[in-house]
Design a protein around this ligand. Structure first.
Ligand SMILES: *Cc1c(COP(=O)(O)O)cnc(C)c1O
Length: 400
Protein backbone atom coordinates (compact mmCIF):
# COMPACT_ATOMS: atom_id res chain seq x y z
CA UNK A 1 0.00 0.00 0.00
CA UNK A 2 1.05 3.56 -0.66
CA UNK A 3 0.88 6.64 1.56
CA UNK A 4 -2.36 7.79 -0.05
CA UNK A 5 -4.00 4.41 0.70
CA UNK A 6 -3.16 4.66 4.41
CA UNK A 7 -4.44 8.23 4.51
CA UNK A 8 -7.66 7.09 2.82
CA UNK A 9 -8.17 4.41 5.50
CA UNK A 10 -7.71 6.94 8.29
CA UNK A 11 -10.20 9.26 6.62
CA UNK A 12 -12.75 6.53 6.03
CA UNK A 13 -12.59 4.68 9.37
CA UNK A 14 -11.22 7.23 11.83
CA UNK A 15 -13.01 9.95 13.77
CA UNK A 16 -12.04 13.27 12.25
CA UNK A 17 -10.65 14.81 15.42
CA UNK A 18 -7.25 15.63 13.88
CA UNK A 19 -6.05 17.34 10.72
CA UNK A 20 -2.63 15.74 10.11
CA UNK A 21 -0.11 16.73 7.48
CA UNK A 22 -0.44 14.43 4.46
CA UNK A 23 2.52 12.24 5.38
CA UNK A 24 2.59 8.62 6.55
CA UNK A 25 5.40 7.41 8.80
CA UNK A 26 6.29 3.74 8.57
CA UNK A 27 9.85 3.73 9.91
CA UNK A 28 11.72 5.89 12.40
CA UNK A 29 15.16 6.09 14.02
CA UNK A 30 16.80 8.91 15.95
CA UNK A 31 15.76 12.19 14.32
CA UNK A 32 14.68 10.64 11.06
CA UNK A 33 11.47 9.05 9.85
CA UNK A 34 10.54 7.51 6.50
CA UNK A 35 7.31 7.10 4.58
CA UNK A 36 6.24 3.88 2.81
CA UNK A 37 7.77 5.20 -0.44
CA UNK A 38 11.14 5.44 1.31
CA UNK A 39 11.36 9.25 1.43
CA UNK A 40 13.26 10.40 4.51
CA UNK A 41 12.34 13.34 6.77
CA UNK A 42 13.85 15.10 9.78
CA UNK A 43 11.27 14.96 12.57
CA UNK A 44 10.91 18.45 14.08
CA UNK A 45 7.83 17.70 16.14
CA UNK A 46 9.06 14.68 18.15
CA UNK A 47 5.46 13.62 18.84
CA UNK A 48 4.96 16.87 20.77
CA UNK A 49 8.15 16.23 22.78
CA UNK A 50 7.34 12.60 23.60
CA UNK A 51 10.41 11.47 21.65
CA UNK A 52 13.11 13.59 23.32
CA UNK A 53 15.44 10.57 23.36
CA UNK A 54 14.97 10.06 19.60
CA UNK A 55 12.95 7.38 17.84
CA UNK A 56 13.69 3.81 18.92
CA UNK A 57 16.65 4.65 21.12
CA UNK A 58 18.55 1.33 21.33
CA UNK A 59 18.83 1.40 25.15
CA UNK A 60 15.13 2.02 25.62
CA UNK A 61 14.18 -0.59 23.01
CA UNK A 62 16.43 -3.09 24.77
CA UNK A 63 14.85 -2.36 28.16
CA UNK A 64 11.39 -2.87 26.64
CA UNK A 65 12.34 -6.10 24.89
CA UNK A 66 13.99 -7.51 28.02
CA UNK A 67 10.93 -6.63 30.09
CA UNK A 68 8.60 -8.32 27.59
CA UNK A 69 10.40 -11.55 28.47
CA UNK A 70 9.64 -11.36 32.21
CA UNK A 71 6.40 -9.52 33.09
CA UNK A 72 4.32 -6.76 31.60
CA UNK A 73 1.19 -6.03 33.63
CA UNK A 74 0.32 -6.85 37.23
CA UNK A 75 -2.14 -4.11 38.26
CA UNK A 76 -1.62 -2.38 41.58
CA UNK A 77 -3.43 -5.15 43.46
CA UNK A 78 0.03 -6.69 43.77
CA UNK A 79 3.55 -5.29 43.96
CA UNK A 80 5.88 -5.74 41.01
CA UNK A 81 9.68 -5.66 40.93
CA UNK A 82 9.96 -2.76 38.48
CA UNK A 83 7.75 0.03 39.81
CA UNK A 84 9.77 0.75 42.97
CA UNK A 85 13.09 1.17 41.16
CA UNK A 86 11.32 3.34 38.58
CA UNK A 87 9.77 5.64 41.18
CA UNK A 88 13.10 5.92 43.00
CA UNK A 89 14.83 6.84 39.74
CA UNK A 90 12.14 9.43 38.95
CA UNK A 91 12.43 10.96 42.43
CA UNK A 92 16.23 11.10 42.15
CA UNK A 93 15.96 12.68 38.70
CA UNK A 94 13.40 15.30 39.77
CA UNK A 95 14.42 15.92 43.37
CA UNK A 96 11.04 15.09 44.90
CA UNK A 97 10.16 12.68 47.71
CA UNK A 98 7.36 10.67 46.04
CA UNK A 99 5.90 9.88 42.66
CA UNK A 100 2.49 8.59 41.58
CA UNK A 101 2.52 6.84 38.18
CA UNK A 102 -0.27 7.14 35.63
CA UNK A 103 -0.32 6.72 31.84
CA UNK A 104 -1.28 9.77 29.82
CA UNK A 105 -0.50 13.41 30.48
CA UNK A 106 -4.14 14.31 31.01
CA UNK A 107 -4.29 11.68 33.77
CA UNK A 108 -1.25 13.22 35.45
CA UNK A 109 -2.99 16.60 35.39
CA UNK A 110 -6.20 15.07 36.78
CA UNK A 111 -4.11 13.47 39.52
CA UNK A 112 -2.53 16.83 40.38
CA UNK A 113 -5.96 18.52 40.52
CA UNK A 114 -7.30 15.76 42.79
CA UNK A 115 -4.25 15.96 45.05
CA UNK A 116 -4.66 19.73 45.33
CA UNK A 117 -8.38 19.61 46.08
CA UNK A 118 -7.90 16.97 48.74
CA UNK A 119 -4.91 18.79 50.23
CA UNK A 120 -7.06 21.91 50.33
CA UNK A 121 -9.61 20.24 52.57
CA UNK A 122 -7.42 17.98 54.67
CA UNK A 123 -4.38 20.19 55.17
CA UNK A 124 -5.44 23.77 54.46
CA UNK A 125 -8.92 23.44 55.95
CA UNK A 126 -11.05 24.56 52.97
CA UNK A 127 -14.61 23.21 53.02
CA UNK A 128 -15.08 20.34 50.53
CA UNK A 129 -16.80 21.64 47.40
CA UNK A 130 -15.41 25.16 47.82
CA UNK A 131 -11.87 24.48 46.55
CA UNK A 132 -10.68 26.87 43.85
CA UNK A 133 -7.85 26.30 41.39
CA UNK A 134 -6.37 29.15 39.38
CA UNK A 135 -5.41 28.47 35.75
CA UNK A 136 -4.40 30.75 32.89
CA UNK A 137 -5.61 31.77 29.42
CA UNK A 138 -4.48 29.69 26.45
CA UNK A 139 -3.42 26.80 28.67
CA UNK A 140 -3.20 23.27 27.35
CA UNK A 141 -3.37 20.52 29.97
CA UNK A 142 -5.08 17.71 28.03
CA UNK A 143 -8.49 16.57 26.86
CA UNK A 144 -10.53 15.13 29.73
CA UNK A 145 -13.69 16.91 30.90
CA UNK A 146 -12.13 18.37 34.06
CA UNK A 147 -9.04 19.45 32.19
CA UNK A 148 -10.88 21.14 29.31
CA UNK A 149 -12.97 22.94 31.90
CA UNK A 150 -9.81 25.03 32.46
CA UNK A 151 -9.39 25.76 28.74
CA UNK A 152 -10.00 29.09 26.98
CA UNK A 153 -9.75 27.49 23.53
CA UNK A 154 -13.20 27.20 21.89
CA UNK A 155 -12.05 24.19 19.83
CA UNK A 156 -11.27 22.28 23.03
CA UNK A 157 -14.50 23.15 24.82
CA UNK A 158 -17.31 23.66 22.29
CA UNK A 159 -20.51 21.81 23.26
CA UNK A 160 -18.83 19.64 25.90
CA UNK A 161 -20.73 21.18 28.80
CA UNK A 162 -21.58 21.09 31.61
CA UNK A 163 -18.04 21.98 32.57
CA UNK A 164 -16.36 21.17 35.87
CA UNK A 165 -16.62 24.11 38.29
CA UNK A 166 -13.91 25.34 40.65
CA UNK A 167 -11.53 26.95 38.18
CA UNK A 168 -10.67 30.64 37.86
CA UNK A 169 -8.79 31.79 34.77
CA UNK A 170 -6.44 34.76 34.58
CA UNK A 171 -4.16 36.07 31.78
CA UNK A 172 -0.87 34.18 31.23
CA UNK A 173 2.36 35.93 32.05
CA UNK A 174 0.78 38.23 34.65
CA UNK A 175 1.85 37.16 38.14
CA UNK A 176 -0.11 40.02 39.76
CA UNK A 177 -3.32 38.66 38.23
CA UNK A 178 -2.65 35.35 39.94
CA UNK A 179 -1.95 36.98 43.28
CA UNK A 180 -5.14 39.02 42.87
CA UNK A 181 -7.26 35.95 42.15
CA UNK A 182 -6.20 34.05 45.26
CA UNK A 183 -8.90 33.75 47.97
CA UNK A 184 -9.12 31.78 51.22
CA UNK A 185 -10.52 28.88 49.18
CA UNK A 186 -7.70 28.76 46.64
CA UNK A 187 -5.88 25.44 46.82
CA UNK A 188 -3.64 25.59 43.74
CA UNK A 189 -2.30 27.52 40.77
CA UNK A 190 -1.56 25.48 37.63
CA UNK A 191 0.60 26.76 34.77
CA UNK A 192 2.87 25.53 32.00
CA UNK A 193 6.33 27.12 32.43
CA UNK A 194 6.25 27.68 28.65
CA UNK A 195 2.95 27.24 26.83
CA UNK A 196 3.71 24.67 24.14
CA UNK A 197 0.36 24.25 22.42
CA UNK A 198 -0.37 27.97 22.60
CA UNK A 199 2.64 28.46 20.29
CA UNK A 200 5.70 28.20 22.56
CA UNK A 201 4.68 31.27 24.55
CA UNK A 202 7.43 32.17 27.01
CA UNK A 203 6.30 34.26 29.99
CA UNK A 204 8.21 37.34 31.16
CA UNK A 205 11.30 36.60 33.23
CA UNK A 206 10.52 36.22 36.92
CA UNK A 207 6.95 34.98 36.31
CA UNK A 208 7.41 31.52 37.80
CA UNK A 209 9.37 32.93 40.71
CA UNK A 210 6.59 35.40 41.46
CA UNK A 211 3.98 32.62 41.33
CA UNK A 212 6.11 30.55 43.69
CA UNK A 213 6.26 33.47 46.13
CA UNK A 214 2.50 34.15 45.99
CA UNK A 215 1.74 30.47 46.51
CA UNK A 216 4.04 30.22 49.50
CA UNK A 217 2.68 33.45 51.01
CA UNK A 218 -0.98 32.42 50.70
CA UNK A 219 -0.51 28.70 51.35
CA UNK A 220 -1.50 27.60 47.87
CA UNK A 221 0.04 24.73 45.90
CA UNK A 222 2.05 25.61 42.81
CA UNK A 223 1.45 22.98 40.12
CA UNK A 224 3.74 23.08 37.07
CA UNK A 225 2.58 21.16 34.02
CA UNK A 226 5.98 20.07 32.65
CA UNK A 227 4.52 17.40 30.38
CA UNK A 228 5.89 19.14 27.28
CA UNK A 229 8.62 21.38 28.77
CA UNK A 230 10.14 18.73 31.03
CA UNK A 231 12.87 16.15 30.54
CA UNK A 232 15.57 18.43 29.11
CA UNK A 233 13.46 19.96 26.34
CA UNK A 234 14.15 23.59 27.29
CA UNK A 235 17.84 23.14 28.13
CA UNK A 236 17.28 22.22 31.79
CA UNK A 237 15.82 19.02 33.18
CA UNK A 238 12.68 21.00 33.96
CA UNK A 239 11.72 24.46 32.78
CA UNK A 240 11.04 25.78 36.31
CA UNK A 241 14.76 25.40 36.99
CA UNK A 242 15.45 28.42 34.78
CA UNK A 243 14.04 30.49 37.68
CA UNK A 244 14.62 28.19 40.64
CA UNK A 245 10.86 28.24 41.23
CA UNK A 246 10.33 24.72 42.57
CA UNK A 247 6.67 23.66 42.23
CA UNK A 248 4.80 21.69 44.89
CA UNK A 249 3.55 19.27 42.24
CA UNK A 250 4.99 18.57 38.80
CA UNK A 251 2.88 16.90 36.11
CA UNK A 252 5.04 14.69 33.89
CA UNK A 253 4.37 12.61 30.79
CA UNK A 254 5.39 12.45 27.15
CA UNK A 255 9.19 11.80 27.13
CA UNK A 256 8.90 9.77 30.36
CA UNK A 257 7.69 6.97 28.08
CA UNK A 258 10.85 7.15 25.96
CA UNK A 259 8.83 7.38 22.77
CA UNK A 260 7.50 3.86 23.27
CA UNK A 261 4.39 3.97 25.41
CA UNK A 262 2.36 6.37 27.50
CA UNK A 263 3.97 6.84 30.91
CA UNK A 264 3.01 9.77 33.12
CA UNK A 265 3.29 10.71 36.77
CA UNK A 266 3.05 13.44 39.30
CA UNK A 267 5.90 14.07 41.70
CA UNK A 268 5.55 15.89 45.03
CA UNK A 269 6.83 15.73 48.59
CA UNK A 270 5.12 13.74 51.36
CA UNK A 271 3.32 16.83 52.70
CA UNK A 272 1.18 16.78 49.54
CA UNK A 273 1.34 13.21 48.29
CA UNK A 274 0.27 11.72 51.62
CA UNK A 275 -3.28 12.98 51.07
CA UNK A 276 -3.77 9.89 48.92
CA UNK A 277 -4.80 6.85 50.97
CA UNK A 278 -5.68 3.32 49.77
CA UNK A 279 -8.60 3.33 47.37
CA UNK A 280 -8.74 7.11 46.85
CA UNK A 281 -7.02 7.20 43.45
CA UNK A 282 -5.60 4.71 40.99
CA UNK A 283 -5.00 3.33 37.53
CA UNK A 284 -4.98 -0.25 36.24
CA UNK A 285 -1.98 0.37 34.02
CA UNK A 286 -0.17 3.01 36.12
CA UNK A 287 3.23 1.74 37.25
CA UNK A 288 3.08 -1.45 35.22
CA UNK A 289 6.39 -3.33 34.86
CA UNK A 290 6.78 -2.63 31.15
CA UNK A 291 6.17 1.10 31.57
CA UNK A 292 8.45 1.18 34.60
CA UNK A 293 11.33 -0.54 32.82
CA UNK A 294 10.94 1.84 29.89
CA UNK A 295 10.73 4.83 32.25
CA UNK A 296 14.04 3.96 33.92
CA UNK A 297 15.77 3.63 30.55
CA UNK A 298 14.19 6.86 29.30
CA UNK A 299 15.58 8.76 32.29
CA UNK A 300 19.01 7.13 32.02
CA UNK A 301 19.33 8.20 28.39
CA UNK A 302 18.48 11.83 29.26
CA UNK A 303 21.15 11.74 31.97
CA UNK A 304 23.88 9.73 30.26
CA UNK A 305 23.70 11.68 27.01
CA UNK A 306 23.36 15.06 28.77
CA UNK A 307 20.44 15.96 26.59
CA UNK A 308 19.76 19.09 28.63
CA UNK A 309 23.15 20.50 27.57
CA UNK A 310 22.61 19.47 23.95
CA UNK A 311 19.21 21.20 23.91
CA UNK A 312 20.66 24.38 25.43
CA UNK A 313 23.57 24.58 22.99
CA UNK A 314 21.76 23.63 19.78
CA UNK A 315 18.68 25.68 20.66
CA UNK A 316 20.77 28.85 20.74
CA UNK A 317 22.22 28.04 17.30
CA UNK A 318 18.74 27.33 15.94
CA UNK A 319 17.26 30.65 17.11
CA UNK A 320 20.28 32.66 15.90
CA UNK A 321 20.34 31.08 12.46
CA UNK A 322 16.59 31.07 11.82
CA UNK A 323 16.29 34.71 12.93
CA UNK A 324 18.77 35.59 10.13
CA UNK A 325 16.56 34.14 7.39
CA UNK A 326 15.18 36.80 5.08
CA UNK A 327 11.42 36.28 5.04
CA UNK A 328 9.16 39.34 5.29
CA UNK A 329 6.23 37.34 6.71
CA UNK A 330 8.33 36.07 9.64
CA UNK A 331 7.86 38.15 12.78
CA UNK A 332 9.98 36.41 15.42
CA UNK A 333 11.68 33.27 16.62
CA UNK A 334 11.13 32.38 20.27
CA UNK A 335 11.65 29.57 22.72
CA UNK A 336 14.13 27.96 25.08
CA UNK A 337 16.46 25.05 24.42
CA UNK A 338 15.00 22.94 21.63
CA UNK A 339 11.42 24.08 22.18
CA UNK A 340 11.12 26.87 19.63
CA UNK A 341 8.61 28.47 17.32
CA UNK A 342 8.57 30.83 14.39
CA UNK A 343 5.75 33.35 14.52
CA UNK A 344 4.51 34.73 11.21
CA UNK A 345 2.44 37.88 10.86
CA UNK A 346 -1.18 37.77 12.02
CA UNK A 347 -3.55 36.12 9.56
CA UNK A 348 -0.74 34.23 7.79
CA UNK A 349 -1.64 30.59 7.09
CA UNK A 350 1.38 28.44 7.94
CA UNK A 351 -0.19 25.17 6.76
CA UNK A 352 1.21 25.57 3.24
CA UNK A 353 4.66 26.29 4.68
CA UNK A 354 4.47 23.05 6.67
CA UNK A 355 3.52 21.18 3.50
CA UNK A 356 6.46 22.79 1.66
CA UNK A 357 8.80 21.86 4.54
CA UNK A 358 7.51 18.29 4.34
CA UNK A 359 8.16 18.16 0.60
CA UNK A 360 11.68 19.45 1.31
CA UNK A 361 12.25 16.74 3.95
CA UNK A 362 11.37 18.28 7.32
CA UNK A 363 8.28 17.60 9.42
CA UNK A 364 6.88 20.39 11.58
CA UNK A 365 3.35 21.43 12.47
CA UNK A 366 1.70 24.80 12.71
CA UNK A 367 -0.33 25.86 15.71
CA UNK A 368 -2.91 28.66 15.80
CA UNK A 369 -2.56 29.21 12.05
CA UNK A 370 0.46 31.51 11.99
CA UNK A 371 2.95 29.75 14.29
CA UNK A 372 5.22 26.80 13.48
CA UNK A 373 6.78 24.83 16.33
CA UNK A 374 10.27 23.39 15.83
CA UNK A 375 11.08 20.73 18.43
CA UNK A 376 13.40 17.98 17.19
CA UNK A 377 14.46 14.98 19.29
CA UNK A 378 17.13 16.15 21.76
CA UNK A 379 19.62 13.60 20.43
CA UNK A 380 19.91 15.67 17.26
CA UNK A 381 23.49 16.48 16.22
CA UNK A 382 24.74 19.90 15.15
CA UNK A 383 25.14 18.54 11.62
CA UNK A 384 21.52 17.39 11.48
CA UNK A 385 20.38 20.68 12.98
CA UNK A 386 22.27 22.66 10.34
CA UNK A 387 20.77 20.46 7.63
CA UNK A 388 17.33 21.32 9.00
CA UNK A 389 18.12 25.02 9.15
CA UNK A 390 19.15 24.81 5.47
CA UNK A 391 15.77 23.31 4.57
CA UNK A 392 13.90 25.91 6.60
CA UNK A 393 15.91 28.72 4.95
CA UNK A 394 15.19 27.44 1.43
CA UNK A 395 11.46 27.12 2.13
CA UNK A 396 11.08 30.40 4.06
CA UNK A 397 12.94 32.44 1.44
CA UNK A 398 10.39 31.30 -1.15
CA UNK A 399 7.43 32.58 0.84
CA UNK A 400 5.93 35.41 -1.16
C1 LIG B 1 0.51 16.88 25.72
C2 LIG B 1 0.22 17.67 26.94
C3 LIG B 1 -0.73 17.23 27.90
C4 LIG B 1 -1.59 16.03 27.69
O1 LIG B 1 -0.90 14.83 27.54
P1 LIG B 1 -1.66 13.56 26.89
O2 LIG B 1 -0.67 12.45 27.05
O3 LIG B 1 -1.95 13.90 25.47
O4 LIG B 1 -2.90 13.35 27.69
C5 LIG B 1 -0.88 17.99 29.04
N1 LIG B 1 -0.18 19.11 29.24
C6 LIG B 1 0.73 19.56 28.35
C7 LIG B 1 1.50 20.81 28.66
C8 LIG B 1 0.95 18.86 27.17
O5 LIG B 1 1.81 19.34 26.27
Amino acid sequence: MKSQDFIALDERYGAHNYHPLPVVISWAEGCRVKDPEGKSYLDFLSAYSAVNQGHRHPKIIKAAKDQLDSSTLTSRAFHNDKMGPFLKKLCDFTGYECALPMNTGAEAVETALKAARRWGVEVKGVQNGKQEIICVDDNFHGRTIAVISMSSDPDSTVNYGPYVPGFKRVPYGDAKAIEGAITANTVAVIVEPIQGEAGVVTPPEGYLKAIRESCTKHRVLFIADEIQTGFCRTGKRFAWQHEGARPDIMCLGKALGGGIMPVSAIVADHAVMDVFTPGTHGSTFGGNPLASAIGVAALEVLEDERLDENAERLGAIFRDEVAKIRCPKMKLVRGKGLLNAVVFEKGFEAWNVCVALKDAGLLAKQTHGNIIRFAPPLVITEKELREAIGIIKTVFEKIA
